[in-house]
Design a protein around this ligand. Structure first.
Ligand code: SUG
Length: 449
């Protein structure tokens, strides 16, 4: 079946800030409390979307969420007007307000896990919004994400948008811990669900392992994947403790290509052997482009975000036979051994032929690279034309979003600004305008009251 991969990037929100909230995410910790530039952040993200469109790819966007999230603060017992809620939350605990104010929904690799219809036994596209229960500031994303996905993937004959994984103890971080391999996007593939721990076993290690194997299993079975269509793998403790809080910091796949670090997984040799065999059974050879630990250390991988690149199949060369491009952050160019690795991949005459380096520094400072910023959804032509809302981008929509950002977003924000009621008003105005461009309907709580 012919199908394309659509990247749904998260639009950076008007309150993008550096709260230092994410444990095990070294960039988030290093930049805690520093000033952010939401306008620049959003424009950098939109420039990436435009660049992918210029490469001939189908690009879509998901909206920012309301932040500070007043309904969450009200649930915590703060009352009165919205301005009162902000003021009281700030004086009670700036950290609490900060948790209700992260623009983290921008990293849509954590919005959901997606199974294309080619893999699912019931022939539908399945989406499970991530519960993100490992961190308070992210756990409040699931409800709005579910509404947004239901607005876009509304046609229940073709799409199934499930509820997030139940039981907070079963932490699910979405597609950041999910890889898919197939001869071409539209063919039946094998899906790899990566976890860091079992929710039933006491954790050890410097940093939390966010994804529970129980959550991965629930998502795989809910998506009607039969035993032959998915595998489970464990992130290595070494990688998590080096700052790979999601597997997409040390591994990325596209069709028949797997780019990963040697220390990404526990039992790596067995995993790779089984994966190669499964791909062979589906009729294609898997190209494993593994970076050895002595070529690139885990520290260099985490610092540069080499493996958080996007690998995209370029339409002009047709899927499967080659012609892929890497979309990388500038930080890779600035890390000599990571850049040398990319150059070797390009020179190897394999499927990856091009590398594009982009400036995503505002997002990178919070630990979000190119791959974090996008949710991949493989869609057939029929599914593409059945999408609700107007999330698929064209040049006019990108220009309209840039205009909204330039008019409404601030160019400097520090955590103390989050208590400012006028920031909330500005943000809601921007969200209303974005919703109109994307024809989303009332997905935010403030639009539904
Ligand atoms: O969950 N950072 C995010 C970055 C997510 C990146 N996504 C993927 N790897 N797919 C996180 O750690 C920091 C927010 C703050 O500190 O204010 C944050 O949540």
């Amino acid at each position: 079946m012919s199908a394309v991969e659509v990247n749904f990037d998260g639009l950076v929100g008007p309150t993008h800030n550096y709260g230092g909230l994410a444990r095990g995410n070294l960039a988030s910790a290093a930049n805690a409390g520093g000033p952010s530039n939401p306008r620049e952040a959003a424009l950098q993200g939109l420039a990436k979307m435009r660049r992918l469109m210029q490469l001939g790819l189908t690009q879509a966007v998901l909206p920012p969420h309301e932040r500070p999230h007043v309904p969450s603060l009200r649930k915590m017992g703060f009352g009165g007007s919205d301005a009162d809620v902000l003021r009281m939350a700030h004086s009670a605990s700036p950290l609490l307000l900060s948790n209700a104010s992260s623009a983290s929904a921008m990293w849509t690799a954590n919005a959901a896990t997606v199974t294309p219809s080619a893999d699912a036994s019931d022939g539908r596209v399945h989406l499970t919004p991530a519960n993100l229960s490992s961190h308070l500031h992210r756990s409040i994303e699931a409800q709005t994400t579910t509404r947004v996905l239901k607005a876009i993937f509304a046609d229940e004959k073709r799409f199934a948008v499930h509820e997030p994984v139940p039981f907070a103890v079963f932490g699910d971080e979405g597609a950041a811990n999910h890889c898919r391999f197939a001869k071409i996007h539209g063919a039946r593939g094998i899906e790899l669900f990566v976890h860091g721990r079992s929710a039933l076993v006491k954790e050890t290690g410097a940093f939390p392992a966010r994804q529970a194997v129980e959550a991965s299993h629930i998502v795989a079975t809910t998506h009607t994947l039969g035993w032959g269509s998915f595998m489970l793998a464990q992130q290595s403790r070494k990688a998590i403790d080096a700052g790979a809080f999601h597997n997409d910091v040390v591994a990325v796949s596209n069709e028949n290509v797997f780019l990963c670090h040697e220390d990404a997984f526990e039992n790596r040799a067995v995993l790779l052997e089984q994966l190669v065999a499964r791909c062979e059974a589906l009729g294609f050879r898997l190209h494993v482009l593994e970076a050895k630990a002595d070529e690139i250390s885990l520290d260099e991988a985490v610092k540069s975000y080499l493996f958080n690149s996007q690998i995209v199949t370029l339409p002009h060369s047709g899927s499967g036979g080659g012609g892929m491009a890497l979309i990388l952050p500038h930080e890779v160019e600035e890390t000599p051994r990571a850049k040398a690795y990319v150059d070797r991949v390009l020179a190897s005459n394999g499927p990856i032929r091009e590398a594009h380096y982009l400036d995503l520094r505002q997002s990178m400072r919070n630990g979000g690279g190119p791959a974090c910023l996008r949710l991949r959804v493989v869609l057939t032509d029929d599914e593409l034309s059945a999408l609700g809302a107007g999330a698929i981008l064209d040049e006019a929509k990108i220009a309209a979003l840039e205009d909204i950002v330039r008019r409404n977003y601030r160019d400097r924000l520090i955590v103390a600004d989050l208590a400012d009621p006028s920031l909330l008003d500005e943000s809601r105005k921007a969200l209303d305008e974005i919703g109109q461009v994307l024809k989303l309907g009332p997905v935010h709580d403030f639009q539904r009251d």
